[in-house]
Design a protein around this ligand. Structure first.
Ligand SMILES: [Zn+2]
Length: 436
């Protein structure tokens, strides 16, 4: 006897829509069939869409910047996630520069994440390393993580990893089968000026800083045959540059993530009265760059939200250096990205993420996989609504979306059912090695 049957749904299986019934037992998908079988709980979906649970590879809950913390903790952030059909998210460990620091950072994040109602995983994060890099990598892998975040910028807060260490880490990524997640901006081209207001954010972090650094790192990847994942690509120019010069590597060992905000807004927003609400790094780009991003969206492998929310009062500051950079977005990313990219968005938010993040039982509707689902009602002419995180504003509410997540199922349990939050218990998902 099955524990749960989802019948008469329209399921997204191997890039196609299939009218079928899905049977679940012990947290797993155990049967997909046109036949009807009995189950403890039978839910008639009446033609609603059944998507694999969305996996967000890039969130910052309870991010401590030293002077301010992002406002969604692992509970409220996971609630917003669940309303967005996100069944698993990947957050980041605090950046560390030693092997001992890595284990401490892992344990402290694990204890914070216990309150999550969605499943979770972490990226290890390194800053200006002061240790043997191979020891660091071996420790990271022993803790169940196979993705390592580094920064090419933020030298002012001592987070930058220098180029010889990046090359060394790329060589290690090949040897030890892991993926380097890189925040890519050319540190020398970032202009920090205490007189800048939010209106100068694009001047402070220009496109050329992203493009030149991305091409340099692509060259390192090409030489070392390492594995790299570029987080939050913001500019169509960067994307076109990478395609022109490194097409063969893209999404084979140089992966590209972008975010809903770069598909939605342009830098003119920063010049408006409430421009401070649109502050994040890398910043918004020109309309031309957004158009190029759309045109080449097939080269974007994953969508992550970079969800890092702050209250309006904390963003509403005159000077740029007083504004915490980051916005929320996890609740509406699926609706927005499907509006922009149609069904093409789904793999970028499910199986491609599972592949790069080493989550082998997630991201597909297939027998043996975790029973994680987003049940979606297409509403192509409606605006997105709802704001279930902590933050007091959402940049996406009121914009044109593609529909609404009505129910979210994590490992066979309804955490959201017909719009009602039932709650649940997320768990740490151990990662597996990265293989091309
Ligand atoms: Zn981020």
């Amino acid at each position: 006897m099955y524990s749960l049957a989802l019948i008469h749904g329209r399921a997204y299986i191997n890039q196609a829509w299939v009218q079928t019934n899905i049977y679940i037992q012990n947290e797993k998908i155990v049967n997909i069939s046109n036949e009807l079988f009995p189950a403890d709980e039978v839910i008639d979906l009446n033609g609603l869409e059944v998507l694999p649970g969305i996996i967000d590879p890039h969130v910052h809950f309870e991010l401590d910047l030293g002077w301010i913390k992002s406002v969604d903790n692992f509970y409220s952030g996971s609630v917003a996630a669940i309303f967005g059909g996100v069944t698993t998210f990947v957050d980041f460990l605090e950046p560390v520069d030693t092997v001992e620091g890595l284990e401490k950072a892992f344990l402290s994040r694990m204890s914070l994440a216990k309150k999550s109602i969605a499943d979770y995983h972490f990226h290890a994060t390194i800053k200006n390393p002061k240790c043997n890099l191979e020891d660091f990598v071996v420790k990271m892998k022993s803790l169940g993580m196979h993705t390592l975040k580094l920064f090419t910028t933020y030298s002012e807060s001592n987070r930058r990893t220098d180029e010889k260490d990046i090359i060394e880490l790329l060589k290690l990524s090949k040897k030890h089968h892991f993926l380097i997640m890189a925040h890519i901006e050319n540190d020398d081209l970032i202009k920090i000026d205490p007189t800048y207001t939010f209106k100068e954010l694009t001047l402070s972090r220009q496109t050329i800083a992203e493009t030149t650094e991305a091409l340099k790192l692509a060259k390192f990847v090409s030489d070392t045959k390492g594995n790299l994942y570029m987080v939050h690509l913001s500019s169509g120019h960067t994307l076109v540059g990478l395609i022109d010069q490194y097409k063969d590597m893209i999404n084979k060992n140089f992966f590209i993530e972008s975010c809903p905000q770069y598909f939605t807004f342009t830098k003119e927003k920063l010049q408006t009265e409430k421009g401070y609400l649109y502050t994040f790094a890398p910043p918004l780009r020109s309309l031309r760059e957004k158009e190029l991003l759309f045109k080449n969206a097939s080269y974007v492998y994953t969508i992550g939200t970079d969800h890092c929310a702050f209250m309006e009062k904390d963003k509403k500051k005159k000077y740029l250096e007083d504004i915490p950079l980051g916005i929320g977005g996890i609740e509406h990313s699926l609706s927005m990205m499907r509006h922009y990219l149609g069904d093409q968005a789904i793999d970028k938010m499910t199986l491609n993420v599972a592949h790069t993040q080493g989550l082998p039982n997630k991201g597909r509707i297939e027998v043996g996989y975790d029973a994680d689902f987003a049940i979606f009602r297409p509403m192509p002419n409606e605006k997105v609504y709802g704001n279930h995180g902590t933050c007091d504003y959402s940049l996406y509410e009121g914009l044109h979306g593609s529909g609404k997540v009505v129910s979210t199922i994590v490992r066979g349990k309804f955490v959201l059912k017909n719009g009602e939050l039932l709650g649940g218990e997320g768990k740490w998902i151990e990662g597996s090695e990265f293989h091309v």
